[in-house]
Write a protein of this length. Structure first.
Length: 219
């Protein structure tokens, strides 16, 4: 039911999603994504989840060490936005766009990096755990996960907390998530066998988190 709600909701607001985002947040989320990609420097085959409405895939195609980008989004409208944004890029052929919910995404491929830009915060903690377990299945042995999101309450500024509460209220009709703060990602990833390898907070409102399997860090 949650996937159906998200699909219908984001298709309905798809054409207005970026204008609304710019009105409330300006261009900061896209600046944060660009910075995160340049900082973490993904390489190889990269999977982007729920990034149809943002610039993650475009930033990845700028990196020579990125071989391919697979972008999945539940919204056909937001995938059209992504296609329009990418189609003039010289490496457009290296990008594959698929309309599917992440947990329904079927592939035999493994990925060197999985990126979640402002995606996991749509879900309850148990649903986030289900997503992380699927990350684990799709990740190469030495792969990494990059989470780009708002900061959670304990690390966010007062302004950041107000923005987050406002956004949850606005998008409740789509997400049906009874949350008023960003999930605590570190313990959730830890419970599935990952460990935080990098974190950075930006402007008191955003966070960049990179995870690897614990065994890789303990070698």
């Amino acid at each position: 039911m949650k996937n159906t709600q998200l699909k219908i909701g984001f298709n309905l607001i798809g054409k207005f999603y970026n204008p609304i985002k710019r009105l409330v947040l300006g261009n900061t989320p896209e600046q944060v994504i660009a910075y995160a990609v340049s900082k973490i420097k993904p390489s190889g085959n990269v999977l982007v989840i729920g990034g149809g409405g943002d610039n993650t895939s475009l930033e990845l195609l700028k990196l020579e060490n990125v071989k391919s980008v697979t972008l999945i989004d539940i919204s056909s409208v937001l995938l059209d936005v992504a296609s329009q944004r990418l189609r003039l890029h010289a490496r457009y052929a290296d990008a594959q766009l698929e309309k599917v919910s992440f947990l329904d995404f079927q592939t035999s491929s493994k990925f060197d990096c999985i990126i979640s830009p402002f995606y996991l915060d749509l879900f309850a903690d148990q649903e986030i755990l289900d997503n992380i377990k699927r990350f684990n299945e799709l990740l190469n042995v030495n792969g990494k996960i990059l989470v780009i999101d708002f900061s959670n309450n304990q690390d966010s500024s007062k302004k950041g907390r107000i923005i987050i509460a406002f956004l949850y209220a606005v998008f409740f009709i789509i997400t049906r998530s009874f949350r008023f703060r960003i999930p605590l990602y570190k313990p959730l990833f830890l419970s599935v066998g990952f460990e935080l390898s990098y974190k950075e907070f930006i402007k008191g409102t955003y966070q960049i988190l990179s995870f690897r399997r614990k065994s890789e860090l303990e070698l």
